[in-house]
Design a binder for this molecule. Structure first.
Ligand SMILES: C[S@@+](CC[C@H](N)C(=O)[O-])C[C@H]1O[C@@H](n2cnc3c(N)ncnc32)[C@H](O)[C@@H]1O
Length: 238
């Protein structure tokens, strides 16, 4: 099954997971860190892999104009229902229904590791950006998806028993506070993302490694980053 189909199959669970305030890292610390990376509002924005639309709604509340695109029909339905005046489109990230050089900002928040054709999607994100426009993206940090902590103890060693370098599809099933969710993603080494950005003509100008700032100092996800944020700029061709 493709990752896109797996996300469609999991869409109802995702909507419950993503919309429960405080339930996941988005609410606790992740979104706020991501907002700090963005060019200021007002700004025409395309959100790729928008899911049920929580980031798009939060960006709109901060003064951005947002079009959302997602590969799951169910996610798009939920996004439209929560924001009837909004523009949410069903499409693959590797074939965006947007004109060339149309927007100054593309966001891809926690979607690139879930997109089957990640290099094709980043090429598309670059195509729709105006020269000098920015791509701001967040992913599961590749060190996170490469390994696991040996236990839940704060000082537990982190072990990479397989290969960091090899791509590997994986499905992480979780159950918390009565909510179930399976995340279907692909581990890719960092160089895969950078190769895709370079091939698309995007130059990274900022990179942030995001630990769980809610955990006590010295504990597991304070010592290693959960997520990686970056901002890249499209060449002006000068
Ligand atoms: C972890 S969710 C993130 C959703 C949203 N950005 C958020 O943080 O609330 C990943 C999203 O990527 C979407 N996705 C996966 N493959 C895709 C593809 N090929 N094209 C467009 N969207 C895709 C999924 O449907 C899902 O909504």
């Amino acid at each position: 099954m493709s990752m896109r189909d797996a996300w469609e199959a999991e869409a109802q669970n995702w909507v419950a997971w993503a919309r429960t305030p405080g339930h996941d890292s988005y609410w606790r610390f992740h979104a706020e860190r991501f907002f700090q990376l963005l060019p200021p509002a007002p700004c025409e924005t395309l959100d790729v892999g928008c899911g049920e639309g929580r980031l798009a709604r939060d960006l709109k509340a901060r003064g951005y104009s947002v079009t959302g695109v997602d590969g799951s029909a169910t996610m798009v339905e939920y996004a439209r229902a929560a924001d009837p005046a909004g523009d949410y489109r069903l499409a693959d990230a590797a074939a965006l229904p947007i004109d060339d050089a149309a927007v100054p900002l593309v966001t891809a928040f926690m979607s690139p590791q879930d997109i089957d054709d990640m290099p094709g999607a980043i090429r598309e994100m670059a195509r729709v950006l105006v020269p000098g426009g920015r791509l701001c993206m967040a992913i599961v940090h590749p060190i996170n998806s490469a390994g696991t902590f040996e236990s839940r103890e704060p000082d537990a060693p982190f072990v990479i028993s397989g290969s960091y370098m090899d791509r590997r599809g994986y499905a992480d099933s979780m159950e918390r506070d009565g909510l179930k969710m399976t995340f279907t993603s692909e581990h890719r080494p960092l160089q895969d993302y950078f190769a895709a950005l370079e091939a698309a003509g995007l130059l990274v100008e900022r990179l942030v490694e995001v630990p769980d700032t809610g955990e006590p100092p010295g504990s597991r996800w304070r010592r290693l980053p959960l997520f990686l944020h970056l901002r890249a700029v499209k060449s002006t061709g000068t």
